[in-house]
Design a binder for this molecule. Structure first.
Ligand code: HEM
Length: 123
């Protein structure tokens, strides 16, 4: 039987991930410099992951625009760190199968964000 991902999974993963990001030497200062309202950011990111994993349509936004705005921080190294923390957090909080699907989706989204930012740079 495949285990269904739930809103509860997202509600535990997202805040735990950003708590670690904020502690991270590389990513912490970037996020703390950019985000003024953390509760609002966490709600938005829960809605984002709910839309991605549960096709709930809860998120209305433009991730590409948001990242192009912070173009100088969108480096290969930062993406690698982001994905490492995502992987660690999901492995610790969720069962293996669920963690793997969150990781696959994050890999694909990170890839497309990187391509999008590169496209913007070369314009
Ligand atoms: C928003 C940084 C990777 C999903 C943001 C914001 C920052 C940021 C600073 C706030 C933007 C603003 O409001 O001005 C980064 C960095 C990354 C990274 C430094 C890696 C180098 C990712 C990845 C995903 C993601 C891999 C998804 C898998 C989002 C979403 C938002 C966001 C959904 C909200 C966009 C909106 O305002 O609607 N990110 N991010 N980010 N990020 Fe990232």
């Amino acid at each position: 039987m495949t285990t269904e991902i739930t809103e509860d999974d997202i509600a535990s993963l997202v805040p735990a991930f950003y708590a670690r990001v904020r502690q991270d030497d590389l990513l912490g200062p970037i996020f703390d410099g950019a985000i003024e309202n953390w509760p609002h950011h966490l709600e938005k990111l829960k809605a984002f992951w709910s839309s991605v994993m549960l096709t709930s349509g809860r998120y209305k936004g433009q991730p590409m625009t948001a990242h192009v705005r912070h173009e100088q921080h969108m480096t290969r190294e930062n993406f690698a760190r982001w994905l490492t923390i995502w992987k660690q957090t999901s492995n610790e909080l969720l069962e293996a199968e669920k963690a793997a699907s969150f990781q696959e989706r994050a890999d694909r989204i990170a890839e497309s964000l990187q391509l999008g930012v590169q496209f913007y740079r070369n314009k």
